[in-house]
Design a protein around this ligand. Structure first.
Ligand code: NI
Length: 176
């Protein structure tokens, strides 16, 4: 059992941790379970529908996802998630990211994904998802590989978002 969850500050672009390859989790300890609880609390508070550990400055392969409705939470805690298959069919969905505040773009990805992972008890799980959940799983696993959603869009749009984020950063830090 874990105690209360803590909110953890979310790391924003261009922090280099977001571009690192995260390390596999060797053992699922109480510390890891606490971290997953903290990540879930941080995600809900933001609010967001997914969060990967690099986004809280921890370069480990941990992800939490909840694409459920307001009434029905559907929380997945994934340790060392791995994509095992992707459909040829593709789908376009609007994506955003807690590490790239206030920016969204249409992102094309495989429409269906199968993933395997360990749950918080260390049990192997597999899941096949479509729709928003499929996009969210791919987005969060991308984070573990140092990939952001803006890497999947045109260079023109990526540069536009990057410029906006950097401008925002300069204004918030007072650096010109
Ligand atoms: Ni993200």
């Amino acid at each position: 059992m874990t105690s209360t969850a803590n909110l953890i500050p979310i790391v924003k672009m261009p922090d280099p941790v977001l571009r690192q390859i995260a390390q596999p989790v060797a053992e699922i300890t109480d510390g890891v379970r606490q971290l997953l609880d903290d990540m879930a609390a941080t995600m809900y508070y933001a609010p967001g529908i997914g969060l990967a550990a690099p986004q809280i400055n921890i370069s480990q392969r941990l992800v939490v996802i909840d694409c459920g409705s307001d009434e029905t939470a559907e929380l997945y805690k994934m340790v060392n998630p791995e994509i095992i298959s992707l459909s040829d069919e593709r789908a376009v969905l609007e994506e955003g990211c807690l590490s790239i505040p206030d920016q969204t773009a249409d992102v094309e990805r495989p429409a269906e994904v199968s993933v395997r992972y360990l749950d918080e008890n260390g049990a192997a799980q597999t899941m096949t998802a479509v729709g928003l959940l499929a996009a969210c799983i791919q987005h969060e696993i991308d984070h573990l590989n140092g990939v952001l959603f803006i890497d999947h869009i045109s260079r023109l749009k990526r540069d536009m978002i990057t410029r906006r984020v950097m401008k925002e950063l300069r204004q918030s830090t007072g650096v010109k």
